[in-house]
Design a protein around this ligand. Sequence first.
Ligand code: SF4
Ligand code: SF4
Length: 549
Amino acid sequence: MTESAPTQSTPTQSAPPESVPTQSAPTQSTLAERDRRRGRSVRGIELPSHKTASTQHALAPAPLPTTIILPLEAGLSARDLRPAVETGQRVLRGQPLVQGGGPLATWTHASTSGVVRLLQRRRIAHPRRREALCAVIEVDGRDEPYAEAAKRPDPTQWDTPDKVGVALSRAGLEGLGGAVFPTGLKLAAAGRHRMRLVIVNGVECEPYISCDDMLMRTSPRDVLAGALALVELTGAPRGVVAVEEDKPEALKALQRALPSLGDTQQRLTIETVPTMYPAGGERQLIQALTGDEVPSLAKPTDIGYLCQNVGTVAALYRYFASGEPVTSRITTVTGSAIATPRNLDVRLGTRIADLVAACGGYTGKVARLVMGGSMMGVALEDDDIPVGRAANCIVAASAEELREDAEVACIRCGNCSNVCPAYLLPQELNAAAKHDEFDLLETFGLFDCIECGCCDVVCPSHIPLAETFRVAKRRLVQAMAPTARVRWLDAREQLRRQRVESWDREHNGQAGAEPPPLRTRLEAVVEIVERASRLPAVTVTSKGEGGNA
Ligand code: SF4
Ligand code: SF4
């Protein structure tokens, strides 16, 4: 298995080639401004979606497996977590398997009832970890719930933003879009700024992945109620659920559900964005919806934007409505080597092999197995790995699906820079990376690269640019002595602050208004959840269950 994703079919470039950029090429902001004048909101490429196969079948629960493997290390201060169970102990669905940990540590819960047979380090599929201490649970098939996890929480008891963050981390809430960033931490960051807009990301622009599409089609109430709750939690004046234009059924389901949410002040809207990869990237989405560029090194929350995936806000609503921590997620299982590509609601910890079996098994030899989509997914060694919160999609690609062209020298055509959504010069970055020219890499904005792979797709020389940049980031940091790394991080932090201050000055007077006190906002969350929980839970619009609702 290689590190790269499965397949990148021939794209349509979003813009005609321009002159070959050089070091004296226009700055990122100038290029963004030029794009705006041309009516081009986000740079990127149009790709074949490969989503139809997995949306032909109704969303269904995956069968309970006989064994569940749950990683006990999650979040950003996972080392402080301790197992709360021991070998031989019976556990119930929703029961915490860990204890302790800082506010950034995400708790893991048993995703069904059974007996803990092993506590051991195992390989996992995670964007930042290769292995983790796991609880291996022999499933008893009774799926008995843990009483404590069936109690609706009272958010009005959380009298500080930190307590809100800790409660969400204890409920296992992390970004379900694939990045698994702790939700509580994002909210804590948002709490330090006045929020102007909450963006709920239902764009799902990467080929093959359709789990968010199916979630929006089938559970629009949960998505919208979670989105409204998030608007209240952040104190933002409004929120928007963004959906890509190629998801008409999801859009229709959301539009039909919105009026019943009782959002009398119309603080939540639904907007579409053009079908373009990577329109769902946080910075790209903010730019597409608002025209605002997040300054280099700054985070969206620094300038008043908070983005969350639709799956995360639906999980947030379910936690508020029932006390249910995150014990399952929707995963797309697809690729030409899968007999029946589809979306399944999967208990966390289910092995990928069991998931594939629930989709009819493999049709032949799997040339590459990937978690995520074809552009930014992570190649897996085999299928004996459990599904975690990050597993939005499993692609089993056959040899015919893969394109493996030999790399040749750069011909300086400029295709890569014309499509780069971060307005970088990939050809220059590539030349600097080849010779470990770390200063140049920084000058050319290596850390602004979002590793989207657009440059790879349009490169006629088949240079694996995104992978080169991924490795270069690691090498650059590793090459620094510890003291130099501290100085480097300090300098970046200083630069970030300067850029945010400068952005604030430029946008003077447009910052979000002073939010109501936390208690008032938490009471509003309770009302939203009360109202939403009286509405029907599921709107069935997915194919195989009778067409559009
Ligand atoms: S890296 Fe590839 S796309 Fe970019 S200029 Fe060179 S040949 Fe063209
Ligand atoms: S991988 Fe990096 S350099 Fe290449 S197009 Fe994406 S953001 Fe630009």
